[in-house]
Design a protein around this ligand. Structure first.
Ligand SMILES: C[S@@+](CC[C@H](N)C(=O)[O-])C[C@H]1O[C@@H](n2cnc3c(N)ncnc32)[C@H](O)[C@@H]1O
Length: 230
């Protein structure tokens, strides 16, 4: 049973993509990886990506409740989930910031933004705003957020130094950026190494973009959690 589940979650060999395995060559995946490991996908097929990102089996290794708890978001905080996809984290973030807080769920794919808007109504989370960003601009106002969460999205972003320098302006004094992505090496979930960016490279790029290393949270079995201070 366990072996079957692991096989199902294995990225390269599954006919349909597994959670976090957004790099599979399944029909419609439409992806390319540049030399710098930036990966471009078509994310327009909402139902396809709901099946991947919201697969209940993902919770076992993504641990959304524990991950959001580790962010230590105070009630009333504003958090942006950048590259929010189908909104997998939205209700967890909404619960953490409470009714006086705000969750800005940004994606560059209009159909996913529409989906997240409908999902917020369905989940009864009026503090979630689904927002359309641009590939080169997170679409956040200066000083608008306390914390930015970026899960499995770092490798999709181009021209990262200027992007993350710009993102820093959107974060209030004392705020944080938390990058969650797959560790290098063979894992039961996630993309092949060629499509991953190692944690030390993520850290070096973000320092170059003006962020400070605020440490790493050892929480998830297959992913690193890199925290950066503004
Ligand atoms: C692998 S998915 C991760 C979704 C979500 N974070 C999760 O963990 O379920 C990557 C998402 O990032 C979005 N994306 C890609 N480039 C982006 C950019 N420059 N700004 C914001 N979102 C982006 C894609 O449309 C896609 O929904």
């Amino acid at each position: 049973m366990l072996l079957a589940l692991l096989a199902l979650l294995a990225c390269a060999s599954t006919p349909s993509p597994a959670p976090g395995a957004d790099h599979t060559a399944a029909p419609g995946a439409d992806h390319t990886a540049a030399h710098d490991a930036t990966v471009r996908h078509g994310f327009g097929d909402v139902q396809r990506w709901v099946g991947v990102f919201d697969d209940p089996a993902r919770d076992a290794w993504q641990r959304p409740v524990e991950l959001v708890a580790a962010l230590q978001l105070p009630p009333g905080a504003t958090v942006a989930d950048l590259g929010a996809g189908t909104g997998y984290f939205n209700r967890h973030l909404a619960r953490a910031v409470g009714p006086t807080g705000k969750v800005i769920a940004v994606d560059i794919e209009p159909s996913l933004v529409d989906h997240m808007g409908a999902r917020a109504l369905q989940e009864g989370t009026p503090q979630v705003e689904a927002r359309l960003g641009r590939a080169d601009d997170p679409g956040l106002a200066p000083g608008e957020v306390d914390v930015v969460l970026l899960v499995d999205t770092y490798h999709h972003i181009d021209d990262r130094i200027s992007y993350f320098r710009r993102l820093r302006e959107a974060v209030r004094e004392g705020g944080r950026l938390v990058v969650v992505d797959f560790q290098m090496g063979q894992l039961p979930v996630g993309p092949p190494d060629a499509h991953k960016i190692p944690q030390d490279k993520v850290l070096a790029e973000l320092v170059e973009a003006g962020w400070s290393d605020a440490g790493s949270i050892d929480l998830l079995p297959h992913q690193f959690v890199q925290v950066m201070a503004r």
